[in-house]
Write a protein that binds this ligand. Structure first.
Ligand SMILES: *Cc1c(COP(=O)(O)O)cnc(C)c1O
Length: 240
């Protein structure tokens, strides 16, 4: 399992270099080790290597690992998958952050559960800026030119931000697959600009963070302002 430690160190170095290139300090960037599909032993090895932020995307698997690793009390759990409404309770109970808020209905249900439990949950609102049909998230593929699209996403963010116990931190996005670096960079930049625009419209909210970048594109994401990168394969190796 020392391969995990070596790979994690290599990632931290690449994160630091990307931060430097964009005149930021590496401490402003949260590296989430996406541990989905990995056995609990792999998470324990990652923890020993210094990982404190884990990313999961299946409700039952998340609960099992959260339980198995309950003794690692400073581990932080990021739920990065899209949710069906009936799966939301474990997220309300145990997640430290939720990165894939893509429907007002989910937000309302989570909010009710959080109120009952008495917890706050920081969240990222997922936006589809590349415009691909296959992507989750609020449609923002043409937000700069389409006033209707802008109004819809603004209304959704305002509605979600007004819910008790839900703290909107910023936007999350996924870059398109298999395209030029220039296009990936543009999607990240447009997401950052959208976050800035939403922040200007809703100044009471902390829309200042950006969850974007994975194994294949996290350096570009950092250069374009990512505060949270979600890295799986480059830390744990290929998924089974
Ligand atoms: C799996 C996953 C990741 C990590 O992907 P890698 O390519 O393994 O780095 C990041 N974000 C989300 C939403 C994912 O589902």
């Amino acid at each position: 399992m020392s391969a995990i430690a070596d790979r994690y160190q290599a990632i931290l170095e690449r994160v630091a270099l990307a931060a430097q290139r964009s005149d930021r300090s590496a401490e402003t960037i949260c590296v989430i080790a996406v541990s989905k599909t990995q056995p609990a032993e792999a998470l324990i090895a990652a923890y020993a290597a210094g990982v404190r932020h884990f990313g999961e995307n299946r409700s039952a698997e998340f609960v099992a690992k959260h339980t198995a690793l309950a003794h690692l009390t400073d581990a932080q759990w990021h739920y990065i998958g899209n949710l069906q409404t009936r799966q939301s309770l474990p997220i309300a109970q145990y997640a430290d952050q939720f990165h894939a808020m893509d429907r007002i209905k989910i937000a309302e249900r989570l909010s009710r559960q959080l109120v009952e439990i008495g917890r706050n949950l920081p969240i990222f609102i997922e936006v589809n800026v590349s415009g691909e049909d296959s992507k989750h998230g609020f449609q923002c593929g043409n937000w700069e030119n389409d006033a209707g699209q802008r109004a819809t996403v603004l209304q959704a963010v305002a509605t979600i931000a007004a819910l008790p116990r839900i703290e909107v931190r910023g936007l999350m996005t996924m870059a398109p697959w298999g395209v030029d670096e220039a296009l990936i960079r543009e999607v990240f930049r447009r997401t950052r600009n959208l976050n800035g625009w939403l922040h200007s419209q809703l100044p009471d909210n902390e829309l200042t963070e950006l969850s974007m970048g994975m194994t294949d594109d996290f350096e570009i994401a950092i250069e374009e302002g990512a505060t949270h990168v979600r890295i799986g394969r480059a830390i744990f190796g290929e998924r089974q």
